[in-house]
Design a binder for this molecule. Structure first.
Ligand SMILES: [Zn+2]
Length: 133
């Protein structure tokens, strides 16, 4: 039974889940699925900042449930706007995949380029934590 209020865990990134990722942003509802999937497949299926994969994100979310807004986020890669001044998510060139921890820490304060530097530090910590699991 699906827990109420808990997001779907994307253990696989198949069409169904790619569509769910697309529909997680209402700005993308009018973008055709083929266009969005084409964009998605061009990504590396990992956080652009720290390199965390979807499965690694799930493992860390399960290990540190209180770090992910009581389990409400962190179970899948999220859509992040490289330039947060562009508020519309339908501009695919401005989108990237980010893990919860990077997306949450980047906020609207750090630029894309600034956060790539921070993402390298996060990457070292995440890899260390994953080795302990
Ligand atoms: Zn990340």
């Amino acid at each position: 039974m699906k827990k109420r209020g808990r997001p779907v865990i994307y253990k696989t990134l198949d069409d169904k889940n790619i569509r769910k990722l697309q529909l997680s942003k209402s700005d993308l509802k009018n973008t055709s699925f083929d266009v969005f999937k084409g964009w998605f497949l061009f990504q590396n299926s990992c956080c652009i900042y720290c390199g965390l994969t979807n499965l690694e994100s799930i493992k860390l979310s399960e290990q540190f449930p209180k770090s992910t807004r009581s389990g409400k986020r962190g179970f899948s890669l999220e859509l992040d706007r490289k330039d947060s001044n562009i508020t519309n998510y339908s501009i695919l060139e401005n989108l990237c995949l980010a893990c919860y921890w990077c997306n949450n820490a980047k906020t609207n304060y750090f630029s894309f380029e600034e956060f790539k530097i921070i993402g390298n530090a996060i990457k070292q910590i995440q890899k260390h934590r994953l080795l302990k699991l």
